[in-house]
Design a binder for this molecule. Structure first.
Ligand SMILES: Nc1ncnc2c1ncn2[C@@H]1O[C@H](COP(=O)(O)OP(=O)(O)OP(=O)(O)O)[C@@H](O)[C@H]1O
Ligand SMILES: Cc1ncc(CO)c(N)n1
Ligand SMILES: [Mg+2]
Length: 574
């Protein structure tokens, strides 16, 4: 494909995106909507409605600029990390991937070296050949739209030179250089021979360099750095080597109760302080900080904001992970996604959602508990002891803090009996207490949004009155639907009753298991279950359990009745 000139007129009146591929050493001029854009990056995306005049590019297809996407497609911020692999996954490429994932940025990887490493130290290093580093760089940069390149372990002068050359061919929006030299365990990852190529070739191309104390000292011919003032002087001297910004990290500053970093941009110093977290789990903080800076830059943040967000990210993750134990060495990894502890602490072996749990579905009601003078935890305890198979907390008028405390206490009770706990409507409460899921109504948070917020493992139920709503619940990723009100009830005002016929119609149309709700109790649960549709798995009850003097007795009665039904929901012949 040759460099060429095109006049391309969009056939659609809608605004569209076009991907243009531009050969090395060339530039493209594009006129769209009377605006001129000139670019010499390997690819760029044009967004326009009208005609485009293009010059000096290689399009994806020779017939004309190919349509990359319409407006519904989204350009994802993209960081390319050029770094070493850490088999213990606390630092290096693995930390970079996790940090970018946590910051919701796509991360591609060029591996410069493979290390055998754990929390004790580095047991072995095997560098990737220069040619193969070059090949990886070209594969990513010639195809993908990389916004920011972040570098970590660059173990040889040759690899640094290849990186600089490739970046001149494929320029990116920003370059973040973490000048990795020595691991915190004291093992050498790039020897002193690297210093001159860092200073002379790489740093002048960098938008920011992020040395730690030892690295800053090595780059400044061994000068001692012991105080925050020393960090400032070092930042100024390193700035003179050509990067646009310098962040000297004080994670290893002796005798400092705060973790202090100094950012210098040639005009101003910024002293970034956070409380020093007491933890052994600081392996990979430097890699993660630099990746997070790159991620924020890729999203379009300015440098000072990107660095502040990155520091806050590391601080939050360290605090969350301060007591986790991975490995036997002196320095453990931390948990970038703030998700590891939830599982080990509180899942008590609960299985993924089991539709038969819908059999006796107890829904609490704050008004009823108040009326009978019982706490929500006492109500839940009694319902579970009576045989409730799943519990939903429905607290319409509780203060958020009280609700959260009750939810935490109820979760303990439920889990000690292997019963799942759902929260009505309040996704924030479900997230905060790590409940098993939520139940949402038609005017609450849409189920697909709830699914995005809660993740794949949580249970989501949706109230549905019609086959269309049941179908939508399935499309949205719900686990079950609640159908009703089957009978009139006073727990919901102006609630349309669907009756047994409506329940049957919805069950037949639903691809999801169904629990019937509304005015159901011991007197009519049998009739409801007798409609005999296999996916009707149980009944949800409020008043029949909680608007009674003894919750335990009422739940036992209903449980005995429902237990006579088999797992398909049809009643056994007595
Ligand atoms: N205990 C801590 N509490 C809070 N922040 C910390 C702590 N230790 C390090 N940091 C912060 O983490 C970031 C990384 O700094 P650090 O000096 O540890 O980098 P590094 O030595 O290159 O990291 P590594 O080599 O482990 O990847 C800095 O912002 C620093 O202030
Ligand atoms: C691969 C690798 N890169 C960087 C560091 C610095 O933390 C490390 N320990 N290992
Ligand atoms: Mg450190």
């Amino acid at each position: 494909m040759a460099s060429s000139t095109f006049v391309f007129t969009s056939s659609s009146s809608a605004s569209r995106h076009y991907l243009l591929l531009i050969p090395p050493q060339a530039s493209a001029k594009a006129y769209t909507n009377n605006k001129l854009r000139v670019s010499n990056s390997p690819s760029f995306v044009l967004r326009t409605k009208g005609s485009i005049h293009l010059q000096g590019f290689v399009a994806m297809q020779e017939k004309g600029a190919s349509t990359l996407s319409d407006d519904s497609k989204i350009k994802i911020p993209h960081v390319l990390t050029v770094a070493g692999s850490d088999s213990g996954a606390g630092a290096g490429i693995q930390a970079d991937l996790k940090a970018c994932a946590a910051r919701r940025v796509y991360c591609s990887t060029v591996i410069t070296s493979v290390t055998a490493q754990n929390t004790v130290g580095v047991q072995g290093v095997s560098n990737v050949s220069e040619d193969f580093v070059a090949e990886q760089l070209k594969s990513v940069l010639s195809d993908m739209q990389v916004d920011v390149v972040k570098t970590g372990m660059l173990p040889s002068v040759g690899i640094v030179k290849i990186l600089c050359k490739t970046l001149r061919e494929f320029p990116v929006q920003a370059l973040v250089v973490d000048p990795v030299m020595v691991s915190t365990s004291g093992d050498v990852l790039a020897g002193p021979s690297i210093l001159s190529v860092f200073r002379e070739e790489l740093f002048p191309m960098a938008d920011i360099i992020t040395p730690n104390l030892k690295e800053a000292s090595a780059l400044l011919d061994g000068v001692q750095l012991e105080t925050v003032d020393d960090l400032r002087s070092a930042a100024r001297l390193l700035y003179d080597m050509g990067p646009k910004n310098v962040l000297v990290k004080g994670g290893d500053l002796p005798d400092s109760s705060d973790a202090v970093d100094i950012l210098f941009n040639g005009d101003n110093f910024y002293e970034l302080r956070s409380p020093r977290i007491k933890t052994r789990n600081t392996h990979g903080t430097g890699c993660s900080l630099a990746s997070c800076i790159a991620a924020e830059l890729a999203k379009g943040y300015l440098m000072v904001s990107a660095v502040k967000v990155a520091k806050r990210f590391v601080e939050t993750a360290l605090d969350y992970s301060k007591d986790i134990v991975i490995g036997n060495g002196l320095q453990g990894p931390f948990d970038h996604l703030l998700r590891l502890k939830g599982h080990s602490q509180d899942c008590h072996g609960l299985q993924a959602f089991n539709p038969s749990d819908l059999l006796l579905y107890a829904v609490t009601d704050s008004e009823m508990n108040k009326k009978w003078g019982r706490s929500i935890t006492d109500a839940v305890k009694a319902a579970i002891e009576g045989g409730a198979t799943i519990v939903q907390l429905r607290e319409k008028d509780a203060e958020t803090q009280d609700f959260l405390e009750s939810a935490k206490a109820c979760l303990k009770i439920c889990h000690s009996h292997g019963v799942p706990l759902l929260i009505n409507d309040r996704i924030d409460i479900a997230l905060a207490c790590d409940a098993d899921g939520v139940h949402v109504g038609q005017s609450d948070m849409p189920a697909h949004v709830a699914r995005t917020l809660l993740g794949p493992e949580k249970i989501i139920g949706v109230s549905c009155k019609t086959p269309e709503q049941a179908q939508q619940a399935w499309v949205d990723g719900a686990d079950y639907i609640g159908c009703g009100g089957v009978y009139p009830t006073n727990t919901k005002e102006n609630n349309i009753t669907v009756g047994l016929d409506g329940l049957k119609t919805v069950c037949m149309a639903s691809k999801l298991p169904v629990v019937a709700i509304g005015g159901i109790g011991v007197s009519n649960a049998r009739i409801v279950m007798e409609i005999g549709v296999p996916n009707l798995k149980g009944v949800a009850v409020v008043s029949a359990l909680f608007d009674r003097e003894c919750v335990l007795t009422e739940t036992r009665k209903l449980h005995a009745m429902l237990s006579e039904s088999n797992i398909d929901g049809t009643l056994k012949k007595l």
